[in-house]
Design a protein around this ligand. Structure first.
Ligand code: FMN
Length: 223
């Protein structure tokens, strides 16, 4: 099965290169020395001093995950906690009303079904209007955001807010998901994004923390 996903991931990488006519910008723009970690310059990024209340909202699953075996804490959740700790933000873990399977094969199945039958979100952000900036974290699924992220974005009026995407992945990088978010939220500012390989987030926390800190400093959210 792992071999199968490797083939699928290669296909996604290939698609992201050919369908856009150029390599995914996430792999070239402003990338750090660690090829697993990418920060992406968005044209819309607001580099002025950020202020106001910050929320880190994320979707992330424990259980069996690609390249890392059975994990107790999701890869994206690890990054989300590092961001929240550094910037002093509130956190919100996006939960589905349906429990996700804890096997990797099960996740492949359910995630495909969700593309046509979107999940419902079980929890709600209180007082979303209080937040000026939302760091939004997710794993890359099928070369895209999980469907639940789209449901989340459509559940709130995020106009006028800054949304800063971050993701973990198994090799595809950001996969243009910052553009997807921008299309779903045309009246929001989309900040400079970060993509970290899931296995790096899970198994090399020091280097992940270093990259998160550097990215936050470069984008004006550092301490
Ligand atoms: C259903 C599913 C689809 C995936 N599709 C991709 C993909 O297209 N490209 C990629 O790089 N990684 C893919 N992955 C790997 C995840 O993005 C990666 O393991 C991520 O770090 C998981 O994050 P989490 O532990 O926070 O849920 C997929 C994983 C799952 C479960």
């Amino acid at each position: 099965m792992k071999k199968l996903l490797s083939i699928m991931l290669s296909a996604f990488l290939y698609m992201s290169v050919t369908s856009c006519g150029e390599a995914d910008s996430s792999s070239t723009a402003n990338s750090s020395n660690n090829t697993d970690i990418q920060a992406v310059n968005s044209e819309k990024a607001d580099r002025s001093s950020p202020d106001g209340k910050i929320l880190v909202a994320y979707f992330s699953l424990a259980g069996e995950q690609y390249e890392v075996g059975v994990i107790e804490k999701g890869n994206t959740e690890i990054v989300a906690e590092m961001i929240a700790e550094t910037v002093g933000a509130d956190t919100f873990k996006i939960e589905s009303t349906e429990e996700y399977p804890t096997t990797y094969d099960g996740l492949l199945d359910i995630s495909k079904k969700e593309q046509n039958d979107p999940p419902q979100i079980a929890n709600t952000v209180d007082n979303i209007s209080d937040y000026d900036t939302i760091f939004l974290g997710y794993p890359i699924w099928w070369g895209d955001t999980p469907t639940i992220i789209k449901v989340f974005l459509q559940s709130y009026d995020l106009s006028g807010k800054t949304i800063i995407p971050f993701c973990t992945h198994g090799g595809s990088g950001l996969s243009g998901t910052d553009k997807t978010i921008s299309e779903l939220c045309p009246d929001s500012t989309i900040g400079e994004s970060l993509a970290i390989r899931g296995s790096t987030a899970q198994n090399d926390r020091d280097s992940t923390k270093e990259s998160v800190t550097k990215w936050l400093e470069e984008t004006g959210y550092g301490v």
